[in-house]
Design a protein. Structure first.
Length: 95
C-alpha cells in the first residue's frame, strides 16, 4: 500500500508546526531532514528526544531520515572524488 507523506522542512523547519500542518492534511508519514534550522545529523541529544516525543505523540511514522550524505557537488575543485575532503566525510558517514 502506498502512503502519501511529506518532508517536514518543506512545511516548516519548526517540527511541531510541520507536524501540525501534516496532521491537518491527513498525513501520517514524515521524512526528516532539517529540524529547527539544523540538519538532522547536527541535532543535539535534547532536540532528538524532543523530535522523537513529538513524532510518537502525534502518531506519525518516519519512513525516511534524510541525511546530507553525498548531497554535494563533488568535482568543483578537485579532479576526482577521492581528493575531496567533503566526499571523504560523507563516505565516513555511510560506513
Amino acid at each position: 500500500m502506498r502512503r502519501l507523506g511529506v518532508i517536514t522542512d518543506e512545511i516548516d523547519t519548526d517540527l511541531e508546526r510541520a507536524l501540525t500542518v501534516a496532521r491537518e492534511l491527513g498525513l501520517r508519514e514524515v521524512e526528516l531532514n532539517n529540524l529547527w534550522d539544523h540538519n538532522i545529523v547536527d541535532l543535539s541529544d535534547q532536540e532528538v528526544e524532543t523530535a522523537e516525543r513529538l513524532i510518537r505523540e502525534g502518531g506519525f511514522r518516519v519512513p525516511v531520515i534524510d541525511t546530507p550524505a553525498f548531497k554535494t557537488v563533488l568535482l568543483d575543485a578537485v579532479s576526482s572524488p577521492e581528493e575531496s575532503p567533503e566526499f571523504q566525510t560523507h563516505l565516513a558517514w555511510v560506513r
